[in-house]
Each structure stands twice: as structure tokens, then as C-alpha cells.
Design a protein around this ligand. Sequence first.
Ligand SMILES: C[S@@+](CC[C@H](N)C(=O)[O-])C[C@H]1O[C@@H](n2cnc3c(N)ncnc32)[C@H](O)[C@@H]1O
Length: 198
Amino acid sequence: MYALQKDILDCDDHDFDRLYSEQYRKHSSIHWTPIEIVFKALEWLNVKKESHVLDIGSGVGKFCSIGSLVSKGKFTGVEIRKDLILEAKIIDQKLGLNEVTYLHSDIKDVNFKNYDSFYYYNPFCEHISLKDSIDDSIRFSEEKYVEYEAYITLQLANLPIKTRVVTYYSPRFIFPESYELRGLLYEDNLALWIKTKE
Ligand SMILES: C[S@@+](CC[C@H](N)C(=O)[O-])C[C@H]1O[C@@H](n2cnc3c(N)ncnc32)[C@H](O)[C@@H]1O
């Protein structure tokens, strides 16, 4: 085990989040995944050397950074806000990580077929919960929320059998019928879905 891996296993979110500058750290409790949840998600996604995981709406990269530190999988984060991508890259540099890929893009411009596992922490929540918004750089609307979620559902439907998706605090997200719910934890806020049929 690398020294850094041990550090991550030992530290709590308060410690880890100190890596981020204050303007991003203040969003941690609402928008960035807690370390314990990252670990459970990695286990459920069955991340191995050949896995390629996409974090849909990667924020400051907390899920990807920890994933890359503690597993051998490949991680890509797609994020619509450029400043969050820059922060993620700064932190990864501090952590000595150069394996994570960050895409500054709208999720709609990403090819889902390049990945076998997906992490989905309610990326479009700001469209329906304005009080929790990170900033006002996005035009929020309930219609967009519905449109984005429907888009993700359609992309997942077109992926191969055995595709795994972990969702966190995403109660309204609708999975295609070809996916089965295989795990629920943390008062049903963390869910594992696997594609089992065409
Ligand atoms: C709840 S945060 C989760 C961050 C990260 N996945 C984590 O677990 O720490 C959701 C992120 O999705 C991003 N996002 C929202 N709409 C997006 C879109 N259309 N394309 C890509 N990213 C988006 C937001 O900017 C925000 O950083």
C-alpha cells in the first residue's frame, strides 16, 4: 500500500477537504462525496485495473482522486464548470496523481461507450434546488433537470450488459428497465444498479 493510500484510509472528510481552497471546500458537505461513500462505491463498481469509470459531474474531482489513489482503475471526470476542473487538477498534482482524466464538457458531449462503470451523484440537482447552487454560471430550470436525466437514462440503456452504475442521493433518477437494483445502503441514498438484459 502506498503511503498516500494509508493516509486516505486514515483521514476523515474534514482533513481531506482541507486540500481544497476555501471557495470550493465550503460546498463539500452538499456537493462532494464523503470518503466512506467513495470506498463503498468503488467496491460496488468492482473497480479493477481494466475498469474505466466515469464520474458524471465530477466537481473538484474528489471521487476520481480518491478512486485513483486507492484502486488501479482508470478514472475520468466530466465537469461543466471549468474552475472546478482546474481545482481538481491542482489537487491531483499535489497528490502526485497523473492518471485521472478531466473533461471540461457538458455530459451530453461525452461518449458513454468509452466507460464500463459510472458514478452519479445527483449532478443536475441545482436545477431543482437553487438554494444549494455552487454558483450562478449555469441557467437553471426544472425542464433542464428532466431533460438531462432522460438523456442519461437513454445513454445507459444503450450500454452493454454488466455495466455498473452507482448513484448517490439521486432519488428521482429513472433507470432503464434493463437495469436491476443490486444494492441499497445509507438509508437508501447509495444505490448499485447493474445492466442485466438488452
Ligand atoms: C453533486 S456534484 C458531485 C461532484 C462529484 N461527483 C463528487 O461526488 O464529489 C455535481 C457536479 O455536476 C456538475 N454538473 C452539473 N451539470 C453538468 C453537466 N451538464 N455536465 C457536466 N457536469 C455537470 C456540477 O457542476 C457539479 O460539480
